[in-house]
Design a protein around this ligand. Structure first.
Ligand code: NAD
Length: 491
């Protein structure tokens, strides 16, 4: 198995790093590729930034309407190659084919939205703000913009940034997650065909050393990061200390509140899809399910039934509803967290530990787990599990639930299930989270809206996607001009 190449200045370039780490299929442990990781990737970063910086000089001067033309071609190629890309995502990341197709659709929608950049970048002009004086604001690109991506959406997350960055006139340098580098490797093969000048998009593989080189490089002007909170906090601090614009999306622990007036069938179906979809490895996965008041309809039983019948297996099988978690270490961590919950007094209603899948005995499989009676003062209630575990909690009132949500360190998403408009309206107003779902289990904003995490789920001001992306990838310049009529020669 050959080591993965970087894509620099329009060519596939061999990394200067010889330390190689296996990329494993989480269902089979088959080695899919070898990714360079180590100090020598710093030299790869140097090469890529040089190329990005050179390309920026001319790309930033290309009219915006021409800058978006390659995006139309990219949309077409992503659509034509969707099935192959979906299989690659499933093989390296473990999710089901349906989930892989879904994330690619979201990637394509971001490309489409970025095609509106000629309008989204339009500026403001005020005439005659003083006698003979006009004032206007324009948006100009920043320069080299780098993106550091996580493992859980290899085909989607780079697209929260990439199409907007280049449409605004920047150049873009991607470092994919070392756990899932193959999807963007394939996407770069498509990007090669869309007619972009050399160096407008570059890709460098690697890990921490590669990231640090990006954070320290004076020619990198902006960093878009998505990953765990610990690393997001580090990236934000180090990037800012080095004078960069940073948006850093972090982890999550998403509460979902079920009121007694919620429809049981749809609610239980939607919540189990949210908790167990992508094997719980979504930053918008529902985690703590808070049932409120006197639940006469049997929500607990309905959740149990929906979870217990979920088919776990290799995602390439179309019948499978839940794939493995990303690594053996991740599986062990989730099992230990379940044990931690038990040690804190939780009852295991449904136990998905040690659940091998026939034919895939080496896979990192866990089956759906449901814990109940969690200690609200314990550790597990606060910890992001990032695996297929539902925590059930009972509370007396919606006030208790809101207080619990607002005491949460994370603020990625909060959801409410109800048939009451008044409760929904109050929840939307009072819940301290950046993405709110009402009768929705995964409140993922569409491309036109910002992906609005709060608190420890986001460090920065401007989020990915839509108008926020346009603002993040441009800096404003205001010009004040005086032209008095008396100065003009009369004709
Ligand atoms: P991670 O933080 O381990 O890795 C993310 C990226 O950072 C990778 O490219 C990795 O190479 C790099 N990295 C890792 N450790 C580093 C270090 N010490 N210094 C510098 N760079 C480092 O995250 P992950 O495990 O790939 O992804 C899962 C996490 O991402 C979860 O916490 C999840 O909630 C979060 N996530 C958040 C969002 C969101 O929108 N808020 C979306 C997806 C995932």
């Amino acid at each position: 198995m050959e080591k993965l190449s970087n894509y620099i200045n329009g060519s596939w370039t061999i990394s200067q790093e010889n330390n190689l780490v296996d990329v494993l299929n989480p269902a089979t442990q088959e080695v899919l590729g070898k990714v360079p990781m180590g100090k020598a990737t710093t030299a790869d970063v140097e090469l890529a930034v040089k190329s990005s910086q050179k390309a920026f000089i001319s790309w930033s001067q290309v009219p915006v309407i021409q800058r978006i033309q390659p995006l139309f071609k990219l949309k077409q190629l992503l659509e034509e190659n969707k099935e192959e890309l979906a299989r690659t995502i499933t093989m390296e990341c473990g999710k089901t084919l349906g989930e892989s197709r879904g994330e690619l659709q979201r990637a394509i929608e971001n490309v489409e939205t970025a095609c509106a950049t000629p309008m989204l970048m339009q500026s403001e002009f005020s005439e005659n703000i003083a006698k003979g004086v006009d004032e206007f604001m324009i948006r100009q690109p920043l320069g080299v913009c780098a993106c550091i991506a996580p493992f859980n959406f290899p085909g989607m997350i780079p697209f929260w940034f990439l199409p907007y960055a280049i449409a605004c006139g920047n150049t873009f340098l991607l470092k994919p997650s070392e756990k899932v580098p193959l999807t963007m490797q394939k996407v770069m093969g498509l990007i090669e065909q869309i007619g972009l000048p050399e160096g407008v998009i570059n890709m460098v593989h690697g890990g921490k050393e590669t990231v640090d080189a990006l954070l320290e490089h004076p020619d990198v002007k902006a960093i878009s990061f998505v990953g765990s909170t610990e690393v997001a906090r580090y990236i934000y601090a180090k990037g800012a200390a080095n004078g960069k614009r940073v948006q850093a999306q972090g982890g999550a622990k998403n509460p979902v509140v079920v009121l007694p007036d919620a429809d049981i069938d749809t609610t239980s179906r939607i919540i189990t899809d949210s908790v167990f979809g992508c094997a719980g490895q979504r930053c918008l996965a529902a985690s703590t399910i808070i049932t409120v008041g006197d639940q006469k309809g049997g929500i607990k039983e309905a959740l149990y039934e929906a979870a217990a019948k979920r088919i776990t297996g290799y995602g390439l099988d179309e019948n499978v509803e839940m794939g493995p978690v990303i690594t053996q270490a991740s599986k062990t961590r989730v099992q230990q967290l379940i044990e931690k919950g038990v040690s804190e007094g939780a009852n295991v209603l449904l136990d998905g530990r040690n659940s091998a899948v026939s034919g895939f005995e080496k896979g990192n499989f866990l089956k759906p787990t449901i814990l109940e009676n969690l200690d609200l003062g314990g550790e597990l209630i606060k910890t992001e599990i990032f695996g297929p575990v539902m925590s059930l909690v009972q509370m007396n009132t919606i006030d208790d639930a809101l207080q619990f949500i607002n005491g949460n360190n994370y603020g990625n998403m909060a959801c409410l299930f109800t048939s009451s408009g008044a409760h929904a309206r109050r929840f939307r107003n009072e819940a301290n989270a950046g993405n709110i779902g009402i009768n929705i289990g995964v409140a993922a904003p569409m491309a036109q809206f910002p992906f609005s995490g709060w608190k420890d789920s986001f460090f920065g001001d401007l989020h990915g996607q839509g108008r926020h992306a346009i603002e993040f990838f441009t800096q404003t310049k205001v010009t004040v001009e005086r032209w008095l009529q008396d100065w003009t020669r009369k004709f």
